[in-house]
Design a binder for this molecule. Structure first.
Ligand code: MTE
Ligand code: MO
Length: 373
């Protein structure tokens, strides 16, 4: 009796995810997400730490909402794609020889860096937007540095794999005679999973979809219909903000101290502006208060870049603004939100609000305005 014949290898016996061309196509989708995420991330970094050549864009008011929304969306979409891609290629990660030739060593080292840095970046990013700060390092600096590591590793990986990717895409015509459905099904599933992932965080900015925001803890509304990032109690300002001793200090050539009553007596302006958090959510509100340009003029601070100091101590307790935005008619020291006095958690007695500015720079509980340098 002869041994049973082994069936010839047909596409049907190749696990769905390992079919030719799938890894390459997932890689292209992932690469697009990475580039978009990097570009919008670097933009956010420049806005917050402007290099000397960088001109901070001041309009449209929703610009930062858009770029940061796209940043978070592309990062979140990349998570299911990277997991699918790993599932498609993981047997290769354990192929022998482990080391081999120098070129192979380089390739494997680059892959190790790529996988590790990308998983680290995407998952810490996801935890951050989910407000689960489960680490001791300072997130933004680490996130920024790792972004370059990911981009560099992607570039090396692409340089090594480019011929393979091109070959995979060329094969397309030859393959169209075999049933193409499974591959397309995998890619469709990948894109659908990426889309679903975006919904789990993006829905926080769409009131009707709040319940879908499982990775978006700020879903739903805080006081005055606006989510709260850090409460007054957490910032340690609950007492000082309500104190009768409160004064706004304008530390200019003509020093001025204003009580809340005096601030209320100044000309008030109203603007509809978004709070666009770096963590992806955006919420619009009607803000009313004193124009920062008027306050600067009062203290002889015209033409100066300004620093806004909060009653809160610590890294989020101050922010800076260039003189061009100081004179913007919509740059306000807001006293009211939606026609009511600011809620304590939104920055009572007053907070900064200006167009196209990351939420993290819309400093709450302002007690002092001074010139930078
Ligand atoms: N003093 C102070 N201001 C702050 C913060 C803070 O922690 N402390 N958080 C900032 C961040 S990250 C955001 S997104 C907005 C959120 O404003 P809200 O809490 O009123 O929604 O406030 C900003 N202003
Ligand atoms: Mo934020």
């Amino acid at each position: 009796m002869s041994a049973p014949e082994t069936a010839p290898e047909t596409p049907a016996h190749v696990p769905l995810l390992r079919r030719p061309g799938i890894a390459a196509r997932l890689g292209v989708l992932l690469g697009v997400c990475v580039v978009i995420c990097f570009a919008t991330g670097i933009f956010s970094h420049w806005i917050q730490h402007p290099p000397s050549w960088f001109v901070t864009p001041r309009s449209p008011a929703w610009l930062y909402q858009l770029t940061q929304g796209v940043h978070v969306a592309s990062g979140v979409a990349a998570i299911p794609l990277v997991l699918l891609k790993l599932a498609a290629v993981y047997p290769k990660l354990f192929e022998r020889p482990m080391i081999g030739s120098p070129v192979r060593l380089l390739e494997r080292a680059a892959t190790a860096v790529l996988v590790a840095s990308m998983l680290f970046q995407l998952f810490t990013g996801l935890l951050n937007i989910s407000q689960w700060y489960a680490w001791t390092f300072f997130f933004t600096t680490t996130h920024y540095a790792t972004a370059y590591l990911v981009l560099g590793a992607v570039a090396v990986h692409l340089a090594i794999k480019l011929p393979l990717v091109v070959a995979e895409f060329r094969r397309r015509t030859a393959e169209s005679v075999t049933p193409g459905l499974p591959r397309r099904a995998v890619l469709t599933a990948g894109i659908a999973a990426a889309g679903l992932a975006v919904v789990t965080v993006g829905s926080q900015s769409v009131p009707a979809l709040h319940r879908l925001g499982v990775f978006a803890p700020r879903s739903g509304s805080g006081p005055q219909g606006m989510p709260v990032n850090r409460t007054a109690a957490a910032a340690g300002v609950a007492t000082s903000a309500h104190s009768g001793d409160y004064r706004l200090v304008l530390a200019g050539p003509t020093p001025v101290e204003l009580t809340l009553e005096q601030l209320r007596a100044m000309p008030q302006h109203t603007a509809r502006l978004p709070l666009a958090c770096v963590e992806g959510w955006t919420q619009y509100g009607w803000w009313s208060g004193v124009r920062v340009g008027d306050l600067a003029a009062l203290a002889g601070l015209e033409g100066r870049n300004l620093r806004f100091v909060s009653l809160e101590r610590g890294p989020y307790g101050q922010s800076e603004m260039d003189h061009a935005q100081v004179t913007d008619a919509d740059t306000l020291l807001a006293l009211r939100l939606g026609g009511e006095d600011l809620d304590l958690d939104h920055g009572f007695p007053c907070r900064l609000i200006a167009a196209s500015r990351p939420g993290v720079q819309q400093t709450k509980w302002i007690s002092r305005i001074e010139a930078v340098r």
